[in-house]
Structures are given as structure tokens and as C-alpha cells.
Design a protein around this ligand. Structure first.
Ligand code: ADP
Ligand code: MG
Length: 699
């Protein structure tokens, strides 16, 4: 790898603030900034000027096409490329790009999921420029981040509700800040998503239809060595992986993505990449790009990057940690304990808002990360459980306890926790970030939501989080704006909120069996184990009311989303089921049969040589393998029947329940027998590479 000049490389493919300032007239720049920072509508003339500069810049950088880049509900990003060319009278072409083309696009939307939002006769949707996320160049194409809506204005994507949720939080947070005498331009949420992934050899990948069709292995016996030695975590990175990471960083930096930390994860072949945090919608766009580029760069290095939540059974799966906070335009982090008592009171109120939000909308947070893939992780002793709870750490918990009970806080110094009178003790980051088993942990100046699956778009959980916190803040603002004695009422409000929501606070081991008991039986927290259990709660009245009142979703959008997410779950499992049938019928059964035949043949030939030859190994193997073959045949028939029955269902709720209760258990059953057969069959006869080969073949 040649030497890189990182500052020069960074953002070189982004139409960022530096470029805008340098290229636009002072007046146009100011007007654009107002649109970006304060949501002001962009003047048509300014749009034209921006488009022209954008085009010139892109063409100079070698771009030939442009696209509106958007995030439909498929979970991946979509783009449709148009070239800049326009015929000129002399028979040649000129490179053209208008303000209109920049601001609005009209892709044919009929093949994107809409959950019934868009009637087929109205195939067109439109994309609208999101000026708060910078345009960039990828593969000679100028990509313009956009929202994607139907003609009736319903959101068909993940960006639109995310932007709406940020606005909802901005509205309510500003009301609260005003009460504390802080007038700010805006409050934005920030996110730093830590991304886990697996890297395996491309040659091995190509040999596994399950990986090709579903992104995960549907069969595979455990290798002799897994992750038990913990020798991979933070271990020396292998040369091939190092080369990949260097290349990946360069590609991400060019796109202005702040790739910062990289290390080996717990499982063999597993790694993590974390960027420096940014504004939530930018972080979301960047995370989508990161996932895409990881896969591309891996291919260049003869590897495949697996983003599935559980590519290998028995080995840790991959998640994503959503580090989240709120900050003002002046950069003040609202989840940072302050220097003065007054700042501390403000901090405590925002902290309460988050605690209340997580308690009141546990189900929304849970369902925001629900996918067929992530169902394998949550609650499997490697990831947080499906139960949502908040970890605050001992010190902050003791402070809240003291407030709740009007008791002195017994920290480093004895202080009576009367807000506005005494200051909060400073607590160090170290004391707050020790619990790794909590789904939602306070880590000093931000919360870390750890239940996301590695392939999830971070848009989904941040939509719910922003909206739910906006709702808590709204309730507080409604109350405090009427208050005649602010400090006393504030103190009372914080105290009451702690009492009302302390059931969601849990500092213990979230992986333990006892916690499941306590959480569900004693505390009444919800434990929504699968996507089929969680997703229907999107339509619970309290959830719909909240999301609609903050204008994050419309009623029709919510119905369509619930349908789409459940449909996605059903389709995913359905494909997995069919892949299993295919592999068993075409490969596993014939392979085992072939091996049995060769054993049988050699047994009879050996016996013919001498009566003293017992053939114990051959005979016992034949007996067990032939028994397993019969089981496998029965199980695959069961699965085939279930998949056939599935075709008869048309109600999506019922389909998802049938998948959960019938199809998935049958898949597991089938797998068990095949995996046992793998342990008894000669590796030479086995049709697919083993777990050992998949996990340990990159050096
Ligand atoms: P770890 O969780 O591994 O201990 P860190 O705490 O250093 O790692 O950071 C994790 C992520 O949190 C990083 O992406 C970092 O940029 C992000 N982060 C730090 N501060 C904030 C903040 N105020 N808002 C959102 N994310 C943040
Ligand atoms: Mg972390």
C-alpha cells in the first residue's frame, strides 16, 4: 500500500462544507447553510447554483452520472443512474444537471416494498434531496442523499421518518432548554455506530449455497476449536485482514466517513469497525455506505464480508452498538453532567427523559431491531436479551436513589441532592462502562443501545428512540412551562419520574436466567422473543398515538411498515427453508448415501478376505448413518410439508406465527440430524466446507 496523505484524502469525494464554501457565492452559501441548519426552504435560484457547482465539481472528479441515493424498506440502499449528458446542436454532448434534477427525482417505485401504500397504478414515487447529508461520488457517480415518498406523500423509506423524528426531538428539547434559559438554534441527536462483521475466504463462500442464498450457514457441525480460548479478541490482525482494513479505511475516508477504530472481535474471523460519531442522519447514511463498501473491498481481497447477525451457530453473532446522545448547535452534549448545579438539574431532566422513554416504549425499541437474523442473537447468551432495560452504573444509580428518597448522597462527599443548590459529584467514565450485558447502557455522556443486529439500518432504532424521548420531553415541557416555582416543580418532576420508571433500571447480569424471571414476573417488563412477537406491537394504540402525534409516522405508514417488516421476516425464513430442502435433497442425502455405499462395499470385501475381520467401525457407522438418513428424510419431508402449507396463508400475522411455531422448529430439527451425520462421514465425501474451513482459512 502506498503512503497516504490522510487529511488530503479525507472527504475528497464529498461535496462538503469546505467545497460549498469555496465554490458558492457568499450569498448562496449562506442561504444553503440556512437550509441545512434551520430547515429553511431552498430558493430555486440557489438550488440551480448549487446544482451547477455540484456538477462541475463532480465532473472534475471524473463523475459521468448522478443518482438520487435512497433507503427503501428493503434495508439496502437504492440508486438509479442517469448520465449528465445532454445533446448539443453540433451533434456532441454537454454535461448538464439542473437544480430541479438535484432536488427531486422520480424513480419507478413499483418494485420497492410499500405495504400497500402505493397502488400499482401509481407506480411512481419521488425522491427529495436531503441537504443535511452531503452529496458524494461513488463509482464515477454523483450520489445525492434523498428521502423517498409516494405521490400521496407517504414515506416509502427509512430516512423520512428519521428526519421527522429528529425534528420532533429538536422541537421538544428546545422547549426544555428555554426553561433553563438556554436559547439554541437546534438540538440534534448524534450517533456513533460500532459495526461487527465476519470475513471469510471467497473460495469457501462460493462452495456454500446457504451462505450464498441466505448469508448464514444453515448446517454445520462445530469445529474442534471455536472461540473458547478468547485468543482472537483484540488479537494480532492477520496480514490479509490488515490489507483489507487499510483499503477499507481509505475508501471510507474518501467519502468523509470517520472510520476510527478497528479490531478483532470475540469469534474467529470476526472484526469490528467504529467511526467517530456524527449527526444521526449522516451517521445512518454513512453506516449504510460502510456496509456496502466493506463488502466490495472484501471481494477485492478475495474474501467475503458477512453482515448476517448469526452466520455460524455456536459462535458469537454480529451486532451493532448504537451510541446515542443529544447536542445543541453550540456543541453542548445534553447527556453530559455539567459543572454547575443548574446544569446538573438540566442533565438529570434529560437523563430522566431517556429513562422514561425506554420504559414507556420498550416494545418499540425491541421491534426496531427485530429481524429473522437478529432473533438468533438476542437472548442467546452472547448479546443482550430481548428484554429491554437501562444500565446506569452504581454511582449514577445511587444519585437517583438519593433524589428519590430525599436522602443525602453518600458518594465521595456527603451532599443533599436538592437540585439547584448542590452540585452533582463528577463521576468518571470508568465507573459507568463496566456492564457489557445491558441492552441500553449509560456510558458517561451517551447511551449505548446494543441490541441492533449487524445488518440492521440504524435508522429504525433511532426513529423510535428520538420519538420516544421527544414524548417524555413534551410531557415535561407541558408541565414546567406552566410552573410558577420552577426549581421546586423540577425537583418534584425528576423525583416522580425516577419512582415511576425505576423498574427499567437494572445494573446486574442481563445474560442470567434469574433476570428473565425477575424482569418479566416481578417488574412486568416485556420479553418479546421473536420478530413475530415484537412487530405487531407497532400497531398498539399507545405506540401509534405517540408516533402520530409527533408526526413521525402517519397511521397508514405504520400499518404498511408492520406488514413489510413481517413480510420480510417470513420471506427470509421461507428462503432459508427452501435452501435447506435443496441442500439436503441434492447434496447431503446423496453424499451420505455414497459414503454408506462405499463403507458397505468395503465391509463385504474385507469380510470376504477373512472371517476374523470384524469391521466394527464400518458396521456401527453404517448402522447409525443409515438411521440418520431415515430421520433426515422424514425431517426434510416435514419441512417440505410446512413450506407447502405456508403457501396457503395470506394473513401476514398468521403467516409469521406459523413460521415461528412450525417452520423454524422443523428447520432446527432437520439441521440437528445432518450435523450429526457430518461428524460420522469422511470429510472427503462431505459436500460442503466445514465450519473449521470457513472460520480458519483467512491468514
Ligand atoms: P466503546 O464502546 O468500545 O468503549 P467508545 O465509548 O470510545 O467505545 O465509543 C464508541 C462510539 O461512541 C464511537 O463511535 C464514538 O464516536 C461514539 N460516541 C462518543 N461520544 C458520542 C456522543 N456524544 N454521541 C454519540 N456517539 C458518541
Ligand atoms: Mg461499545
Amino acid at each position: 500500500m502506498e503512503k497516504q496523505n490522510v487529511p488530503e484524502l479525507f472527504g475528497s469525494m464529498v461535496f462538503d462544507d469546505r467545497v460549498m464554501r469555496a465554490r458558492l457565492s457568499a450569498k448562496d452559501y449562506k442561504s444553503l447553510r440556512k437550509t441545512i441548519d434551520e430547515n429553511e426552504k431552498l430558493d430555486e435560484k440557489v438550488a440551480q447554483a448549487v446544482a451547477e457547482q455540484m456538477r462541475d465539481w463532480a465532473v472534475e472528479k471524473g463523475a459521468t452520472h448522478f443518482t438520487h441515493w435512497f433507503q427503501p424498506l428493503t434495508g439496502v440502499t437504492a440508486e438509479k443512474h442517469d448520465s449528465f449528458i445532454s445533446p448539443s446542436p453540433d451533434g456532441g454532448v454537454i454535461m448538464e444537471f439542473s437544480g430541479k434534477e438535484m432536488i427531486k427525482g422520480e424513480p419507478d417505485a413499483s418494485s420497492f416494498p410499500s405495504g400497500g401504500l402505493r397502488a400499482t397504478f401509481e407506480a411512481r414515487g419521488y425522491t427529495a434531496w436531503d441537504p443535511t447529508s452531503y452529496a458524494f461520488i461513488k463509482d464515477h457517480t454523483l450520489c445525492i442523499p434523498t428521502a423517498f415518498c409516494s405521490y400521496s406523500g407517504d414515506a416509502l423509506d427509512k430516512k423520512t421518518p428519521l428526519l421527522r423524528s429528529m425534528q420532533a426531538l429538536d422541537r421538544q428539547a428546545k422547549r426544555i432548554l428555554k426553561l433553563f434559559g438556554n436559547e439554541v438554534k437546534y438540538v440534534r441527536t448524534s450517533v456513533g455506530p460500532e459495526q461487527e462483521y465476519f470475513l471469510i475466504d471467497a473460495g469457501m463462500f462460493e462452495k456454500r449455497p446457504d451462505l450464498i442464498y441466505t448469508g448464514r450457514t444453515l448446517f454445520g457441525a462445530m469445529p474442534p476449536k471455536g472461540q473458547e480460548l478468547d485468543d482472537h479478541y483484540f488479537g494480532v490482525i492477520k496480514p490479509r485482514v490488515t490489507a483489507f482494513m487499510e483499503d477499507l479505511n481509505a475508501e471510507l475516508w474518501k467519502l468523509g466517513i470517520l472510520a476510527k477504530t478497528e479490531h478483532n472481535e470475540v469469534a474467529p474471523a470476526q472484526h469490528e469497525l467504529a467511526p467517530i460519531f456524527s449527526t444521526t442522519n449522516v451517521a445512518t447514511d454513512n453506516n449504510q455506505l460502510t456496509m456496502e463498501i466493506m463488502q466490495k473491498v472484501a471481494r477485492k481481497h478475495g474474501m467475503v464480508c458477512l453482515l448476517h447477525e448469526k452466520p455460524f451457530a455456536g459462535v458469537n453473532g454480529s451486532g451493532k452498538h448504537n451510541n446515542w446522545s443529544m447536542a445543541t448547535d453550540t456543541g453542548a452534549n445534553l447527556l453530559s453532567p455539567g459543572e454547575t448545579p443548574y446544569e446538573n438539574a438540566q442533565f438529570l431532566l434529560f437523563l430522566c427523559a431517556v429513562i422514561q422513554a425506554v420504559d414507556d416504549y420498550q416494545d418499540l425499541l425491541r421491534l426496531s431491531v427485530a429481524t429473522a437474523g437478529n432473533d438468533h442473537r438476542l437472548g442467546a447468551n452472547e448479546a443482550p436479551p430481548a428484554i429491554i432495560s437501562v444500565f446506569l452504573g452504581d454511582e449514577l444509580s445511587a444519585i437517583l436513589d438519593a433524589i428519590k428518597n430525599d436522602k443525602p448522597y453518600e458518594g465521595q462527599e456527603k451532599v443533599i441532592m436538592k437540585l439547584g443548590v448542590s452540585s452533582l459529584p463528577r463521576f468518571s467514565r470508568d465507573t459507568t462502562d463496566r456492564n457489557r450485558t445491558s441492552p441500553f447502557a449509560f456510558t458517561g455522556n451517551k447511551f449505548e443501545f446494543r441490541s441492533l443486529g449487524s445488518s440492521n439500518s440504524i435508522a429504525c432504532c433511532n426513529i423510535m428512540l428520538n420519538a420516544a424521548v421527544a414524548e417524555s420531553l413534551k410531557q415535561y415541557a407541558d408541565q414546567l412551562e406552566k410552573s410558577e416555582s420552577f426549581e421546586a416543580d423540577l425537583h418534584q418532576l425528576i423525583k416522580e419520574t425516577i419512582s415511576a420508571h425505576e423498574r427499567i433500571l437494572f445494573n446486574g447480569n442481563g445474560y442470567g436466567e434469574e433476570w428473565v424471571e425477575e424482569a418479566t414476573k416481578v417488574r412486568g417488563l416485556s420479553n418479546l422473543k421473536t420478530t413475530a412477537d415484537a412487530m405487531p406491537h407497532l400497531l398498539d394504540k399507545k405506540n401509534m398515538d405517540m408516533l402520530i402525534s409527533h408526526q413521525v409516522f402517519s397511521e397508514t405508514e405504520l400499518h404498511s411498515r408492520c406488514d413489510i417488516m413481517l413480510e420480510n421476516y417470513c420471506k427470509t425464513v421461507n428462503i432459508e427453508g427452501h435452501t435447506m430442502v435443496d441442500m439436503v435433497r441434492k447434496n447431503y442425502l446423496p453424499a451420505i448415501e455414497g459414503y454408506l455405499y462405499s463403507l458397505a462395499k468395503s465391509t463385504s470385501e474385507m469380510k470376504a478376505v477373512s472371517d476374523k475381520v470384524k469391521c466394527n467401525y464400518e458396521i456401527s457407522t453404517i448402522e447409525r448413518l443409515s438411521e440418520l438418513t431415515d430421520y433426515i428424510l422424514e425431517r426434510v419431508k416435514d419441512l417440505e410439508a410446512a413450506l407447502e402449507e405456508l403457501k396457503g396463508y395470506d394473513d401476514i400475522m398468521k403467516t409469521s406465527q406459523f413460521i415461528r411455531d412450525d417452520v423454524i422448529p422443523k428447520m432446527e430439527h432437520l439441521r440437528k440430524h445432518v450435523d450429526e451425520a457430518e461428524m460420522l462421514t469422511s470429510e472427503k465425501c462431505w459436500p460442503f466446507p466445514s465450519y473449521g474451513k470457513l472460520l480458519f482459512s483467512v491468514y
